[in-house]
Design a protein around this ligand. Sequence first.
Ligand code: MG
Length: 273
Amino acid sequence: MKKHIHTLAIMAVALNTALAQSKFKEVEIDGVAGFQDTPMQPDGKWHVHDPARPQPPIVTPGTFSQMAPPPSDAIVLFDGKDLTQWVDKKTGGPVGWSVVDGAAVSAKGDIQTTARFGDIQLHLEFREPTPPKESGQGRGNSGVFFMGQYEIQVLDCYNNKTYADGATGGLYGQHPALANACRPPGEWQTYDIVFNVPHFGANGELVSPAYVTVILNGVVVQNHQAFRGATNWRVPGTYTPHGPTGPLALQYHNNSVAFRNIWVRPVPVVDEK
Ligand code: MG
């Protein structure tokens, strides 16, 4: 059975690779660049990265707390001083990011924590580059990857349209945010996120998906939303069985996005069965 699942996993990877390599044609609808020849989302209404999918409604945030001291039991991952708890995601070696005026600035490659986490509460603050450059996915792109593979998008979506499933607060390529609560580039913004790990059975079958609740600048933009699997470009999400913990990763996507005040708290879900 295990071998069978392994074969299926290889086939899924091969299919994803084949899809990624086929010639998708970018189209623009109402100023939004995206794709309409990608696979359909399971809802049967929209393609992955469909430019016609409705944009998250703009909600101007109220007041929200920045640079608040972490709770007493928080695991502080970046306090403005150094990135010693992080490594380069690809090489496992030193990070290519720099620390400037108390902020970690993305460069060269994705980074991830040396520590591994399961269910967590995460707080972090991010700042998009100003003046803004480029548009769509090219403007201030980064991302928060739970277990190294489930992305909540970080993008400058202030006066910048992109396909809905790739906007800030979205489960990348899967589920758009409920609202666009972005602050302008150059201003600090907050993410408070609760992430629940997916669970797999003895044969690698999915028992329960990963869930995420996301608060952007004090506004709930995802409410216990399920991931359909690892997030990726132009492909639907697929799950590959994995263990109960994984690293937290931050994306470098050719833009210098700054981060500060990063901390997590383990918040295990109690199984009462
Ligand atoms: Mg991203």
